[in-house]
Design a protein around this ligand. Structure first.
Ligand code: SF4
Ligand SMILES: [Zn+2]
Length: 359
């Protein structure tokens, strides 16, 4: 984090603004909280994936568990998954959700099984259920991706799932290697040093680790967000098999949405994402990005005319890992982006000339 951002974050912290934004975020979330049917999964679809450097299909299944433990206490500034839970979910109902999802199995090679929280948190998925699901998935898929906060990656939890490690990928939302960004911009109580220990332990026991980093959390200028992302990718590269850049998108009933509606936040430009990829000179892990809601006002976007082309190049980079894909891409909005980047270097992180609030 540059000195500028530290100063911005700390000065925001010293004001009651931060507290009131968080309280407002918690209010919005609690108003919108839905208690889902414990026997119905949240959603299930098939998407493109890369495995062993080859494109393939992945089945994505989102289970409605009791919810993310952190979200129930506070929650990350950008996360709208908190409303996709079921307070009465049980092992039996979650198993039924899993079986319903498996009806969509059509020889996809990869299963991504998400809970809108942490698969390794026994508050959401009990030990027995965890093993039952993994055993079934292990028999049918070549790769299984589960998401978990790194706080739940410990020796005991990993020993319990050791038989599945050869196919298992632990996907972890690290967000940033800068603890100030994680605490104050993302509002997540995690430390990068803990991620390093968790990931090292997982690797030493034969698991793979996929790291998510959050590109441009709130209270950050576009230029500082680029710098933070490049630093984070560098820091993650020793401890990750795959690094996924996740540009912040505007999810409903979140702190980020409140800021966006009041004109104080714009998701990152796609040009910024390209800049991060170009500047991240790492070897080893696969660097990829599949930005949610990209090309719309709620996701990372450019001017609207070039978004599709730029996204295609990003998607192609994610598979081929070659910067050549960006060579012939240009648009007149690049000049606007360059200007905004320059302005944002002076700390004016709320100024957006291309602020497209309309949906
Ligand atoms: S991002 Fe993850 S840890 Fe944060 S509130 Fe959402 S589910 Fe919980
Ligand atoms: Zn453009």
């Amino acid at each position: 984090m540059s000195f500028g951002v530290e100063r911005q974050v700390q000065s925001l912290l010293s004001q009651p603004l931060m507290k009131s934004i968080r309280e407002a975020g918690a209010r919005e979330r609690s108003k919108a909280r839905r208690d889902l049917d414990p026997y119905s999964y949240v959603s299930c679809w098939t998407e493109d994936e890369v495995m062993d450097n080859q494109e393939c299909k992945a089945l994505v299944l989102i289970l409605a568990t009791k919810g993310c433990s952190w979200a129930l206490r506070s929650g990350c500034s950008m996360c709208g998954y908190t409303n996709e839970s079921s307070s009465s979910a049980t092992d039996e109902s979650l198993w039924q959700q899993y079986l319903s999802g498996m009806k969509n199995f059509a020889a996809q090679r990869v299963l991504k099984i998400y809970t809108s929280g942490s698969f390794l948190d026994t508050f959401e998925i009990s030990l027995d259920l965890r093993k039952r699901i993994l055993q079934d998935a292990f028999d049918n898929f070549d790769m299984i991706v589960v998401e978990t906060r790194h706080e739940y990656i410990n020796r005991k939890n990993l020993e319990d799932i050791l038989p599945y490690r050869e196919k298992l990928v632990l996907a972890v939302g690290v967000e940033s290697s800068n603890d100030l960004v994680v605490h104050y911009s993302v509002n997540k109580p995690s430390l990068f040093t803990h991620f390093i220990s968790a990931s090292s332990l997982a690797h030493s026991m034969g698991f793979r680790v996929k790291s998510y980093m959050m590109f441009k959390p709130p209270f950050m200028s576009e230029s500082d967000a680029i710098r933070d992302a490049v630093n984070t990718i560098r820091d993650l590269s020793q401890y990750s098999d795959v690094i996924s850049i996740n540009p912040t998108n505007i999810q409903r009933d979140t702190v980020v949405e409140l800021l966006w509606k009041s004109g104080a936040f714009r998701p990152p430009w796609l040009w910024s994402l390209v800049e991060v990829i170009r500047s991240s000179n790492i070897s080893g892990p696969r660097l990829m990005s599949k930005p949610t809601g990209a090309g719309t006002v709620r996701g990372a976007h450019n001017c609207g005319r070039c978004d599709e082309r730029v996204l295609k190049a990003i998607s192609s980079y994610s598979v081929r890992q070659s910067l050549d894909v960006f060579e012939d891409i240009d648009c007149s909005c690049r000049k606007t982006w360059e200007r905004e980047l320059m302005i944002s270097r002076f700390g004016n992180y709320f100024t957006e000339s291309n602020y497209r609030i309309r949906e």
